[in-house]
Design a protein around this ligand. Structure first.
Ligand code: PEP
Ligand code: MN
Length: 263
């Protein structure tokens, strides 16, 4: 169902009026995690000012260590909804378990499936049944074929509103957190009709690589970007080293918008 053979024309995913895959560049910006009401409201104003369409932020955080900040859960979801009301930004946020799907879907405009859950097939079917737009991130060690099969699980429930997100894969390289596979953009466009966005924040793990890799992703034909932005990255509870500060975020938005207009 997700293949080009089945549907030759590119799909456009409509998230409450914001269209992904129709040729205009979509940006999802925001902190890794919703940390507090003040932090999220400040981040939302910055994200909005830069011209992004979506606010991202995890309320449920799938952390590598059980001792790391786990997220504010429903309290965090309520701050996201408040930030939407204040800015008009659409909300994309991760859901990590089947039991939380209904709750997260009641607050979010788009449900994010994180890299660690890309092959959680019960979760994929559950988000498929909501009919809500889904952002499906690539698994840490997933091939493109495995990733498309994961998307197939969602679409097979009747939910065609799936956007794929390349966020880097595990390789032997250690300087970068992951190796951002930009060839996946072209490969997915060739194999599938689904829109594709790129997350250079998790893809590189380093804030200074986010702008060049964003430019490369747009040049490669990505339909959008997911960018971690924090009012004060040094104080972030998660992923500070890869988060852009407000000034660097504004500079990135200026550059990617110019490039997108040129293309
Ligand atoms: C995220 O985007 O918040 C996240 C946890 O990313 P990933 O699942 O790609 O690691
Ligand atoms: Mn993060």
């Amino acid at each position: 169902l997700v293949s080009r053979d089945f549907k030759p024309t590119p799909s456009v995913v409509d998230v409450d009026g914001v269209k992904i895959g129709n040729g205009s560049l979509i940006v999802m910006g925001g902190p890794c995690a919703v940390e507090s009401r003040d932090q999220l409201m400040e981040a939302a104003q910055i994200v909005k000012a830069g011209g992004a369409q979506f606010l991202r932020g995890g309320a449920y955080k799938p952390r590598t260590s059980p001792y790391a900040f786990q997220g504010l859960e429903e309290e965090g979801l309520s701050y996201l909804a408040e930030a939407r009301a204040a800015t008009g930004l659409k909300i994309v946020t991760e859901v990590t378990e089947v039991a939380a799907v209904e709750l997260v879907a009641s607050y979010a405009d788009m449900l994010q499936i994180g890299a660690r859950n890309m092959q959680n097939f019960h979760l994929l079917k559950a988000v498929g049944r909501t009919g809500k737009p889904v952002l499906l991130k690539r698994g840490l060690s997933a091939t493109i074929d495995e990733w498309l099969h994961a998307a197939e699980y969602i679409v097979n429930e009747g939910n065609y509103n799936v956007v794929l997100c390349e966020r880097g894969i595990r390789t032997y390289e250690e300087y970068t957190r992951n190796t951002l596979d930009l060839s996946a953009v072209g490969a997915l466009k060739h194999l599938s009709h689904l829109p594709v966005i790129v997350d250079p924040s998790h893809g590189t793990g380093k804030w200074h690589l986010v702008r060049p890799m964003s430019m490369a992703a747009v040049a490669a034909g990505a339909d959008g970007l997911m960018i971690e932005v924090h009012p004060n990255p040094a104080e972030a509870l998660s992923d500070g080293p890869q988060s852009l500060n407000p000034g660097n975020y504004m500079a990135l938005m200026h550059d990617v918008q110019r490039l997108a207009e040129f293309l």
